[in-house]
Design a protein around this ligand. Structure first.
Ligand SMILES: Cc1cc2nc3c(=O)[nH]c(=O)nc-3n(C[C@H](O)[C@H](O)[C@H](O)COP(=O)(O)OP(=O)(O)OC[C@H]3O[C@@H](n4cnc5c(N)ncnc54)[C@H](O)[C@@H]3O)c2cc1C
Ligand code: HEM
Length: 411
């Protein structure tokens, strides 16, 4: 427990941290990578370049400071961070490294404002939060080894099959190289792939499992990231997987993690609405397959947005599922014209996913919503669901990167 005085100091410095949040975390990362280069391979350099990781950490610190006397409100955030940390194999011995660099950064950025009293209070507060995260991460690691087929850390998997799903998305079918059984997972969860990095270390990325649990393989479906502009480097791991990894090769994989999943045990009569844009279809298709099996009587709507048919994955699979399951309706939205030679089906929408499209399937709006896609798509959907007054328990989403602000004003 923190003393009343510590709580007061941390709360009173929260607005200052809010003001300096991103400067502080940028400084912190620079400092930590200079003083403790051994932790650099845990981080994705592209997230540092874009600033999304700094924003995520700044957000966590500010939320923590503001709620230091009521940490229960951070429950969801703690689970998200602990799952992400566990996916990347963050261990208790790494916490003092982050703590030391964080406190030194607060001192360096805030200057005279960072008195010994302030630093000590933040040191205590960091210790408390670290304890919560370390405790939850220990539970996750324990669960991962104790389930049938479970394992700890990274282990070699063999690439059984590579299958092109669209011009830019390829699926990889993976099996433990030693022939071990596979653990089950929750539909919507992701695994971590570790590959050699250009600087001679390793680098890791998360990939959602794009097939239902219970198969005798894991499947991931990876979009080749070409880079937002001609002069930006192309995505490292996605291109490595597309180009360098062949059938029969070995890949290092860490166990399934993540707090974005469908609880197939929970029974609800309201419809289930699944929405994806682009490669965001990967966790959604796993959720969809599991829902169709576990909830045959539940109304399910799946909306998939793509730029155009050439880049869209899994349309055939979705069409087949809809043909087999009368409780499923699928809808496709395309924001660009079809490629030459492709005629758009009558029901296909040319445009973006919007409120009236969702309402055309769920007029009373009361449903459980799961969605995943790029930020503009997420902001639009999230804003709409909030406007409709849906309770947070019915709104679930996954970011393919550090969680970002979805509020329209802040986004
Ligand atoms: C929970 C989760 C699940 C995910 N599931 C999937 C999935 O199912 N399928 C999938 O395809 N992806 C998924 N991702 C995304 C995936 O983890 C990777 O982020 C993605 O493959 C890009 O990685 P990369 O190494 O190819 O690109 P990175 O090297 O990480 O680069 C990312 C982007 O930044 C750009 N970039 C890189 N360096 C710079 C620079 N110096 N300046 C400017 N721009 C730069 C790149 O061009 C690229 O567009 C998921 C992510 C998360 C967090
Ligand atoms: C109390 C301490 C910590 C807090 C509050 C914290 C907070 C966060 C947050 C908010 C995220 C983003 C989660 C997301 O949206 O995906 C994150 C990711 C991450 N954290 Fe922590 N963290 C802490 C300690 C640590 C430690 C000790 C390490 C070890 C080096 C670490 C390494 C990472 C890495 C590697 C990521 C993913 C970064 C990426 O995407 O590139 N964190 N953390």
């Amino acid at each position: 427990m923190l003393s009343e005085k510590t709580v007061q100091i941390v709360k009173s410095t929260a607005p200052i941290l809010q003001e300096h949040g991103e400067t502080l975390t940028r400084h912190f990362y620079k400092r930590m990578f200079a003083h403790n280069p051994e932790v650099a391979p845990f981080f994705n350099p592209a997230n540092q370049t874009s600033g999304s990781q700094q924003k995520a950490l700044a957000g966590a610190i500010c939320a923590y400071a503001a709620n230091i006397d009521n940490l229960d409100v951070l429950g969801g955030a703690v689970e998200l961070i602990a799952q992400k940390h566990a996916s990347l194999q963050i261990k208790p011995e790494h916490y003092p490294i982050v703590g030391e660099n964080l406190l030194a950064s607060i001192r360096e950025v805030l200057g005279e404002g960072a008195t010994d009293e302030v630093i000590n209070a933040w040191g205590e507060a960091y210790g408390l939060l670290s304890g919560i995260l370390i405790g939850r991460e220990a539970q996750i690691y324990k669960e991962q080894v104790s389930v049938p087929g479970g394992w700890e850390g990274f282990k070699p998997f063999k690439v059984l099959r590579k299958e092109k799903e669209s011009d830019i998305i390829t699926s990889f079918y993976l099996k433990p190289a030693a022939g071990d059984a596979l653990p089950t997972f929750k539909p919507g969860q992701y695994i971590t792939v570790q590959v050699p990095s250009p600087c001679g270390h390793t680098t890791m990325r998360n990939y959602s499992l794009s097939d239902k649990p219970g198969r005798d393989y894991f499947r991931i479906s990876v979009k080749r990231e070409t880079g937002p502009k001609a002069d930006t480097p192309k995505g490292y791991v996605s291109n490595f997987l597309h180009e360098a990894v062949q059938v029969g090769d070995s890949l290092s994989i860490a166990p399934p993690c993540g707090e974005f999943f469908l609880d197939v045990e929970a029974k609800h009569s309201r419809p289930l609405v699944l929405m994806a844009a682009g490669v965001g279809i990967t966790p959604i298709i796993s959720i969809l397959q599991s829902a169709l099996e576990a909830m045959p009587d539940r109304r399910i709507v799946c909306i998939h947005a793509s730029l155009h048919e050439g880049v869209q994955a899994f349309r055939k699979t979705l069409d087949e599922m809809a043909a087999q399951h009368p409780n499923l309706t699928v809808s496709y939205c395309y924001s660009e014209a079809p490629p030459t030679g492709i005629t758009r089906a009558a029901g296909d929408v040319t445009g973006l996913v919007n409120a009236s499209l969702i309402e055309s399937f769920v007029p009373d709006r009361d449903a459980d919503y799961y969605f995943c896609g790029p930020k503009p798509f997420m902001v639009e959907i999230y804003h709409q669901l909030l406007t409709w007054g849906l309770p947070p328990a019915q709104v679930h989403f996954e970011f393919f990167g550090p969680r970002q602000e979805l509020d329209r004003k802040a986004a």
